[in-house]
Design a protein around this ligand. Structure first.
Ligand code: 13P
Ligand code: SF4
Length: 352
């Protein structure tokens, strides 16, 4: 049971001391989140991992995050994902075969290596980051997408953005790029479902991926809230559709959402459009300060893969480290890690 797992986790942490660092993403459930040494959004966690001296980094998050931690620590740390099945359905919507095919199809119309910067959201497999690193491209997270796109457009006039169409569209629209200058790439169709003229005219080529959690939030949820709470404020993650982001008062990463809501005054009332575990936690925290926090959707929408990391898996992983036989190590081969690291480091430089 959870009590027994808790005791094992606490005991293992005591034995391992500074040799161990547990990182927890904001979407983790409480029973796991409370054991994290550091918590954060994707950007903060990747920076923490890069700067960690710990021998073992246990990543309570999803697969691509553990890959980033391994890449940024040059394989010198043992990075562990407590449940190997904790993936990301959005990350799986793009893969190297499909992106290479897209690149080849674009090259029938224009030379992509001259005209298109490939930008991958950090929610993607390591080989896609490597693809970007090998083609003059870069990685972004939800908290630096704008700075990364500005950097990209200063180099080449077009961007191919994958896998999340919404983060790409929301960010570009905010930068003043109109919807007419954006096309969606549907890899099941020749030229992604576009004509050569459309590809030539486009500034943003958006991969047709999306987050299964954020797609549940609808503008009608915001309209209903505004009727009910006229002075309420709405804050959403940029993985939401454009209509949801445009109807919100604030849009930003999980870290930004927490920072903004925590800065509110007693009596404030929030509607938050992001994953349920984060919202429930900040709702509890803010209740003491007289601030009301509501979840955007009437139906429960959690990230099912973030939820896979449970106290049982965490306790099991830590026990194995203590026993000298670490399990579930995430290792990215150096031939992929090197170009992926180049694209990640570019991002970290652009952010600074
Ligand atoms: P951030 O924590 O970077 O905002 O990302 C949200 C997310 O969906 C992680 O998978
Ligand atoms: Fe992937 Fe969405 Fe889950 Fe984030 S919330 S890990 S983007 S499925």
């Amino acid at each position: 049971d959870d009590g027994e797992c808790d005791a094992r986790i606490v005991a293992a942490r005591k034995v391992l001391g500074d040799r161990l660092c547990i990182l927890g993403h904001h979407y983790q459930r409480n029973e796991v989140f409370k054991h994290a040494d550091f918590t954060g959004d994707s950007l903060k966690l990747s920076q923490l991992a890069a700067n960690s001296d710990a021998e073992f980094i246990v990543f309570c998050g999803v697969h691509f995050m553990a890959e980033v931690a391994d890449i940024l620590t040059f394989g010198k740390r043992t990075v562990i994902l407590p449940d190997l099945a904790a993936g990301c359905s959005m990350a799986d919507m793009a893969n190297l075969v499909k992106v290479r095919r897209c690149w080849a199809e674009i090259s029938e119309v224009l030379d992509p290596d001259q005209h298109v910067t490939p930008v991958t959201y950090i929610n993607s497999a390591a080989d896609l980051k490597a693809f970007c690193g090998s083609h003059g491209g870069i990685v972004c997270t939800s908290s630096n997408a704008r700075a990364v796109l500005e950097w990209s457009f200063a180099r080449r006039e077009k961007v191919l953005f994958f896998p999340d169409q919404h983060l790409g569209r929301n960010t570009a629209k905010n930068m003043g790029i109109s919807l007419d200058e954006m096309i969606v790439w549907d890899f099941t169709k020749p030229l992604g479902g576009n004509t050569p003229e459309q590809i030539k005219a486009a500034k943003m080529i958006l991969w047709r991926g999306f987050c299964s959690v954020h797609q549940m939030f609808q503008p009608s949820h915001i309209e209903n809230f505004r009727k009910r709470v006229p002075n309420g404020k709405v804050i959403s993650h940029p993985e939401n559709a454009l209509a949801v982001c445009e109807a919100s008062d604030y849009v930003g990463s999980t870290e930004y959402i927490l920072r903004t809501v925590r800065a509110s005054q007693p009596g404030d009332h929030w509607l938050i459009g992001t994953e349920l575990n984060l919202v429930n936690r900040v709702a509890d925290e803010m209740k003491e300060k007289g601030v009301t926090v509501e979840f955007m959707s009437p139906t429960v929408c959690m990230c099912s893969t973030m939820f896979r990391t449970d106290p049982q898996h965490l306790a099991w992983t830590l026990d194995n480290i203590v026993a000298g036989q670490p399990v579930n190590r995430i290792r990215v081969p150096e031939e992929i890690a090197e170009p992926a690291r180049a694209a990640l480091n570019l991002m970290l430089e652009v952010v600074d």
